[in-house]
Design a protein around this ligand. Sequence first.
Ligand code: PEP
Length: 247
Amino acid sequence: MSRNYLIAANWKMNGSNALVKSMCAELTPVLSQLSPEIAVLICPPATLLTAFTGVNALAIGGQDVSAEGAGAYTGQLSAALLLEAGATYAIVGHSERRQYQGETDELVAAKVAQAIAAGLTPVLCVGETLAERQQEKTQQVIAKQLMAVYASHPELLVKSVIAYEPIWAIGTGLSATPEQAQETHAFIRDTLAQLNQDAAEQVRILYGGSVNAENCSALFTQPDIDGALVGGASLKPDEFAKICLSI
Ligand code: PEP
């Protein structure tokens, strides 16, 4: 089964109009070289979404999306607002939001459903802490995070992207090895296959956690790794371009 690739950037609370300009200048020639099976996505702070103009081959996305459609939810961004700003994707359930904003599996599930209903593709983040890995609970934790979203709505799977992001690898410089990542990606696909075999074969599963221009090629050779969600290295246009060209 051949799947398309996605290289996604999560700028978190970083970036500027100047970075948008230099990223677009760096990526424009890169995007024209990439085969059509490789998509590139940037998720900047929401205030920068509309600054990405004129690079049609580049997708942009939100870093979060509200579980609500509209109304009195100060500070939140609906899927419709993101779409109007040009977004086609939204990251959902990033570990930083689960940790700092107290997002539960139930809220994350509602966000995925809301994003898809409005026409956005959610990038659902799942992953274990270091303590959970050391206690050999990685699979249990990830199965729970996945099932909270898809068990009662398996039809959402085919419209989703999954990102496996071990929390111990995020921003630490300590990436999972290609073998460690592949093992968990295969587990994610097998788990999802219990809900819908075809959708599990089609769904893109990205790896995230200290991906850089040096370690990405080995990760991309693994059969169940369909791209990357890149944090720190996505703030350096030349390095992010190299990652995009490494598939
Ligand atoms: C992330 O936060 O999604 C991420 C993968 O960050 P980093 O690449 O910096 O580890």
